[in-house]
Design a protein around this ligand. Structure first.
Ligand SMILES: [Zn+2]
Length: 250
């Protein structure tokens, strides 16, 4: 098979995953089944046919409008699908020679995308999904652990306890979901890299939040969804872990 066709296939598989992950992220927090009701137009409620569910292509063919009521469909859907496809392809290329780790990372990316959607749309990180995420990271780290597995366990437990105490006894604006997420990220990255991931997350959140507060587009105490920043910090750290590990040893 030609390399370009293989890349296109992997990208498109990622796009299909992106479409499915969006459904999970939008439905699980409101206790809807991810299978029924079938996907429908939010305006006219018309059930979408199979050919209307093809990632990106359906959007292009229908010129970004519902086939029935002609209401515009948000550009965010095809963009999110294309973005997921790109991340899948990048992961495939990065972990070409370590497929087990590639699969582990694909799972983490999938959970992250769902949590980013639930946090942005509902300000919620559902416990049920968090439990599956914890299980995935635990089993993955049990299989792949560059450092002793116990150090990852201590890191996860330590970060969970630290942020739980902050959540309970300080005025830091973090949610209960964030506390569990920090614990799982601690288990995934180990304590050194988790500290770097948290620093990157805080820096990026400040970078986005600060201009919005200064320009009075949002009030000073307006809560912001923090999960997207945690995941951005986590992935930059995970993908650049060799660089950060060398840097820490200097
Ligand atoms: Zn419609």
């Amino acid at each position: 098979m030609q390399t370009s066709i293989l890349f296109l296939l992997i990208w498109f598989t990622g796009c299909c995953f992106g479409s499915f992950l969006m459904v999970v992220g939008l439905r699980v927090p409101i206790h809807q089944s991810i299978v029924f009701p079938r996907s429908h137009c939010p305006n006219c409620q018309q059930t979408l046919q199979v050919f209307e569910l093809i990632p990106i292509l359906s959007y292009v063919i229908q010129k970004g409008r519902c086939r029935n009521c002609k209401q515009p469909i948000s550009i965010l859907y095809p963009l999110a699908e294309a973005f997921t496809g790109a991340i899948f392809l990048a992961t495939f290329l990065t972990f070409l020679y370590s497929p087990t780790e590639g699969l582990f990372v694909i799972g983490i990316i999938s959970f992250s995308l769902i949590f980013i959607i639930t946090d942005i749309c509902y300000q919620l990180l559902p416990d049920r999904l968090m439990l599956f995420f914890l299980l995935w990271v635990f089993l993955g780290r049990l299989a792949i652990h560059p450092h002793p597995f116990s150090s990852y366990l201590f890191s996860g437990f330590g970060f969970f306890c630290f942020f739980y105490l902050l959540y309970q006894f300080s005025s830091t604006p973090i949610g209960g979901g964030d506390v569990k997420l920090f614990g799982i990220i601690g288990l995934l990255l180990g304590y050194n890299l988790t500290l770097i991931a948290i620093m990157i997350a805080c820096f990026l959140a400040l970078l986005i939040h600060f201009p919005l507060v200064v320009s009075k587009k949002i009030p000073y105490k307006h809560p912001i969804p923090f999960a997207p920043f945690i995941f951005l910090g986590t992935f930059s750290t995970y993908f650049l872990q060799d660089f950060f590990t060398t840097w820490l040893l200097m």
